[in-house]
Ligand binder design. Structure first.
Ligand code: NAD
Length: 281
């Protein structure tokens, strides 16, 4: 069994990106990422901290905007409009989920597509759909980079994705189809999930339910990518897969933490540099 070491690959990618930042600085271009956090959701604060730390490691300027839970939608929109025109800001990240009273779609659509390094804006999703991407969505692109690094064949394989969110499952299904995989996109209403997991060559699970995938649900030498991030009462993180038992059957498996999470951040940094180059070169 081989561990798909996302931490190691993300570190390698960050080393390369650091060199790119250096090259941009020689041309007097300083990449900048604005990070917007609303409220004090513990998990969101941790994700934002990781992203700001990655900027710091790479020499990317990060502008933190931590807003109070009761900020109005109008105030948030005003901030985004300012960031859209700020020449020092090349990427804008609004950490989701936003508080319920704020219209998330409206906020995402207000971000300049050229600075939408998360690839959430409808224009960027449309470009991805047409296979002419401006940016690649971070988690799906991180997963593809990891599979590529470990030379896992995609073309012609039966790939089961569990979870059909706009940020993971849906864009990933599109990207894998473009690579000629036969993709099944499962979700909460899927019937006979076990039948589907047992026949899949590759299972990618993005649900957020610990213990969802157990050893009796997978075939010998399956490849497992676990996107799930479940925090227990002690703050310990686990994925959707029973790692201990499933890893004895799988040919390749991602750990949680240390698998998909660090890859997501590395791609976010890569997208920030893409945005910087698109806007400044
Ligand atoms: P989400 O929370 O928006 O939706 C969950 C999906 O799982 C839905 O499509 C739902 O239909 C499906 N689902 C729920 N229960 C199910 C069940 N019993 N069987 C089959 N399907 C079921 O999805 P999300 O925002 O993509 O997040 C999913 C998980 O991935 C969360 O744990 C999240 O923290 C994690 N995540 C991790 C990263 C990373 O970088 N590692 C990035 C994004 C999300």
């Amino acid at each position: 069994m081989v561990i798909l070491d996302g931490k190691k690959l993300a570190d390698e990618m960050k080393t390369e990106l650091k060199t790119e930042v250096f090259g941009l600085k020689e041309k007097n271009i300083l990449p900048g990422l604005a990070v917007v956090l609303v409220g004090d959701d513990e998990a969101s604060r941790i994700y934002v901290r990781h992203k700001e730390k990655a900027c710091h490691e790479l020499g990317i300027q990060s502008f933190s905007h931590h807003l109070l839970e009761n900020v109005s939608e109008k105030e948030l929109l005003n901030l985004i409009f300012k960031l859209n025109t700020d020449k020092k800001v090349h990427g804008i990240l609004v950490q989701l989920p936003l508080p319920k009273y704020i219209n998330e779609t409206k906020i995402i659509e207000s971000i300049s597509p050229e600075k939408d390094i998360d690839c959430f804006h409808p224009e960027n999703i449309g470009k991805l759909f047409l296979n002419e991407p401006r940016f690649l969505p971070c988690t799906p692109a991180g997963i593809l980079a990891l599979l590529k690094k470990y030379r896992i064949e995609i073309s012609g394989r039966d790939i089961l994705i569990i979870g059909k969110s706009n940020i993971v499952g849906k864009p990933l299904s599109l990207m894998l189809s473009n690579l000629n995989a036969t993709v099944t996109l499962a979700h909460i209403k899927t019937k006979n999930l076990k039948e589907k997991t047992l026949s899949a060559d590759i299972i990618i699970t993005a649900v957020g339910r610990p213990g969802l995938i157990t050893a009796d649900m997978v075939k010998q030498d399956v490849v497992i990518v676990d996107v799930g991030m479940n925090r227990d009462v002690n703050g310990k993180i686990s994925g959707d897969v029973d790692f201990e038992k499933v890893s004895k059957i799988a040919s390749h498996i991602t750990p949680v933490p240390g698998g998909v999470g660090p890859m997501t951040i590395a791609i976010l940094m890569k997208n920030t540099l893409t945005a910087t180059k698109n806007l400044c070169e």
